[in-house]
Design a binder for this molecule. Structure first.
Ligand SMILES: Nc1ncnc2c1ncn2[C@@H]1O[C@H](COP(=O)(O)OP(=O)(O)OP(=O)(O)O)[C@@H](O)[C@H]1O
Ligand SMILES: [Mg+2]
Length: 395
């Protein structure tokens, strides 16, 4: 029998082969290969091991507890093991010394009210976080970035902090005013500093007004600088590590360079609220709850705020509540104040749906005890219209 040739690994058992494979990876300090082997053994433990379940669990633990340096895409290796963000080590502009990032507040209050498809997308992103390693083990890329777009006041910033809170990660927010510089090249340098900082540690980075940085390159103004920024972003997005999560938001998706928006793993377009979301926003407001506002009043205010953003609706309702405290020192009359507001906004509007008008009339008469005459005045409608609305319900 001829002697087996060294290096060919022939004529040896599976257990020895596994050890040799491991040693060759260790001696060449190839972390990527080590993780691959680890994942392979999770899927299929080396032949001969008789404690498969325990081995799998330990291998999984190694993959999760030893911070990953392995990039998910692209060539560059990024280390996400830097210490958590702290106020004293946030990056600064070298000339102005202003911090380029601030620590965001994650308040733990109720999350944003979203339509079902946005909610499902947000929930899925959050749910991926704890199973990142498992996704990698089976060859799937966890999502690392999301681009939120939509009109002002629909909850983009609120959603960013909700995601960070749900992922149990610190939120770091880009201070655009400090990052943007009128000096050539400085914005790009600052942007890189910000992205390097966030990519080096486990956190959620939030870039609001993203269109200012990622403008389409067909914009004629200042093309050289824009191109540089877009290139910085393209490169960083490609090598963004799985340990860190990037959220960008814009009111003007159409201004964002398509090459950049394509790079985001998930894109969520957040619409203006429908009736049911307007109702939910109102019903969840602490002042509305404290004032024990009549259900029907909430519905009517939701009807009357058609076309308004979540933020507008919050402002309207809290404005009414604030006035109640100023004038009555109590929220006891909040239902009545809301009903009056609704009547006021609908006053003289001929296009108001007759069923809506009838509902308001009935609410004012039955729940609030308003006389028919008073309702007519508040709504700007005739007495017969009021009595018709009241009798229509009696049928
Ligand atoms: N989806 C929502 N659910 C509940 N409240 C909301 C929602 N959207 C906005 N609000 C209310 O409006 C306030 C402002 O919202 P937010 O700043 O998140 O909007 P935005 O989309 O980021 O607006 P902008 O484009 O102006 O930055 C929130 O603090 C909250 O009170
Ligand atoms: Mg915002």
């Amino acid at each position: 029998m001829s002697k087996p040739e060294h290096g060919s690994w022939t004529g040896i058992g599976d257990a020895e082969r596994a050890l040799l494979e491991l040693m060759s990876i260790a001696l060449s300090a190839d972390e990527h290969a080590a993780r691959e082997l680890c994942r392979r053994w999770v899927r299929k433990p080396p032949t001969g091991s008789d404690q498969v379940v325990a081995l799998r669990a330990e291998l999984r633990a190694l993959l999760t507890t030893l911070p990953g340096r392995t990039p998910l895409r692209g060539e560059a290796v990024r280390d996400v093991s830097a210490p958590s963000p702290a106020p004293e080590d946030l990056p600064r502009d070298p000339e102005t010394h202003q911090t380029l990032l601030r620590l965001g507040e994650v308040d733990g209050a109720t999350g944003p009210v979203l339509d079902s498809s946005c909610k499902a997308m947000v929930d899925r992103l959050v749910a991926e976080r704890p199973v990142r390693e498992r996704l990698l083990e089976v060859g799937l890329q966890p999502s690392r970035s999301v681009l939120l777009s939509g009109p002002p006041g629909v909850g983009k910033s609120m959603t960013a902090s909700y995601i960070a809170e749900q992922m149990k990660q610190p939120l770091v927010v880009v201070d655009l005013a400090s990052v943007m510089s009128s000096y050539l090249g400085r914005t790009g340098r600052n942007l890189r500093a910000v992205l390097d900082y966030a990519a080096a540690r486990e956190c959620v980075l939030f870039i609001d007004e993203f269109d200012a940085l990622a403008k389409r390159r067909d914009d004629k103004s200042d093309v050289g600088e824009l191109k540089r920024l877009v290139n910085v972003l393209l490169m960083e997005l490609d090598r963004w590590p799985a340990g860190s999560f990037l959220i960008a938001a814009t009111n003007h998706l159409e201004l964002v360079d398509p090459a950049i928006s394509r790079r985001f793993d998930v894109k969520i377009e957040m619409p203006m609220p429908e009736y049911s979301q307007r109702r939910e926003v109102l019903a969840l407001l602490p002042a509305v709850r404290a004032g024990d506002v009549d259900d029907e009043c909430i519905s009517l205010l939701a009807v009357a705020t058609d076309g308004k953003s979540h933020s507008d609706i919050v402002k309207i309702a809290t404005g009414i509540a604030r006035q109640a405290i100023v004038e009555d020192a109590s929220l006891d009359g909040l239902s009545e104040r809301i009903a009056n507001y609704v009547m006021d906004t609908l006053r003289g509007k001929s296009a108001v749906d007759s069923e809506v008008r009838a509902r308001i009339i009935r609410l004012a008469h039955e729940s609030l005890g308003y006389s028919q005459r008073k309702i007519g005045q508040l709504l700007g409608v005739s007495h017969p219209t009021v009595s018709r609305a009241l009798s229509s319900q009696e049928k």
